[in-house]
Design a protein around this ligand. Structure first.
Ligand SMILES: C[S@@+](CC[C@H](N)C(=O)[O-])C[C@H]1O[C@@H](n2cnc3c(N)ncnc32)[C@H](O)[C@@H]1O
Length: 286
């Protein structure tokens, strides 16, 4: 254990070592969110950590052990989120269903990050990752999360005639069941300002090379992605955990959002970067 303060634990160690600490300190069912962003079976060496495997079977049996290991620590109303990509996502879905239950699978989130595109003849540009989300039980609920949108996007989606009332406000007809297509007025300004409920495709750019949040850790995830996920699955004061935290993105966003945070990683340089980022994060207690 490197840091142990009120509402924050930072641990250097492998996932099983971190789990041993949790056992010792009675963290059973403590976490509303466990987020894992493990190696993806890309068969690359990233310098800071290796994602090279003898075989797909070897990789999958390691990931199966991770999922089995973390399940007892998820709150009955909590979520397990596994970040992966096309290299192994479809195999991991099957393994996760066996451990968390097919019926507890809630979403496959597509994190679409876009970016430069080139013509390719063997596959089209691969520009998304996958977040697989399981609830621990059926009693787990997401918080409502909205994204900003504008009048033109709303009108394009509705494809209805826009009316203007005596005060100059724009509105369209709201429907209420069959045959009641002119049931009530929806005022565009009111509706648009509320934002739009998110769906399962998240368009969030990767961190650009000059971004302030970039710390130079390979595979560092954007704070905007973690903000949405943490707001969706946890509330202020809840515990969340990331046992393969890398540069500490989950921890930094968790602290900013007043969550209690467990973060660990096997790599000591990752822990050094995490601590450095946490020290610069407003809202850290102690
Ligand atoms: C994809 S990176 C995580 C990146 C992180 N989400 C971020 O935003 O910086 C995967 C991490 O898993 C860690 N890791 C690999 N094997 C591990 C193990 N057995 N136990 C704990 N961490 C491990 C690596 O050191 C690496 O930092």
């Amino acid at each position: 254990m490197v840091v142990e303060t009120d509402g924050l634990r930072v641990a250097q160690g492998s996932l099983p070592q971190q789990i041993a600490w949790l056992t010792h300190h009675h963290f059973e069912k403590r976490f509303k969110l466990i987020y894992l962003d493990p190696p993806f079976f890309s068969n690359k060496d990233y310098g800071q950590f290796s994602d090279e495997w003898e075989s797909l079977t070897a990789y999958l049996s390691e990931m199966e052990a991770w999922l089995l290991n973390v399940r007892p620590w998820v709150d009955d109303r909590g979520f397990m989120v596994l970040h992966c990509d096309y290299h192994a996502a479809h195999y991991l879905k099957v393994i996760g269903d066996r451990i968390f239950g097919y019926d507890n699978f809630r979403n496959e989130i597509i994190w679409h990050y876009g970016g430069r595109r080139q013509p390719a003849s063997r596959h089209v540009n691969r520009k998304h990752d996958v977040l697989l989300i399981w609830a621990k039980t059926e009693a787990a609920y997401f918080n409502p999360v909205f994204e900003a949108w504008d009048r033109d996007q709303y009108v394009a989606m509705k494809r209805q005639k826009v009316h203007v009332d005596e005060d100059g406000r724009e509105w369209i007809w709201g429907h209420q069941g069959k045959g009641r297509s002119h049931a009530y007025r929806i005022y565009l300004d009111e509706h648009v300002s509320r934002g739009r409920a998110i769906d399962s495709v998240w368009d969030i750019p990767i961190i650009n090379t000059s971004a302030k949040e970039r710390v130079g850790y390979p595979t560092q995830k954007p704070e905007a992605l973690m903000t949405r996920l943490i707001e969706l699955t946890t509330g202020p004061g809840d515990w969340l955990a990331d046992f393969a935290g890398g540069s500490g993105t989950t921890a930094v966003v968790g602290v900013k959002l007043q969550r209690q945070v467990w973060v660990g990683d096997i790599n000591d340089e990752a822990i050094r970067l995490t601590l450095d980022r946490l020290h610069r994060t407003p809202g850290l207690k102690g």
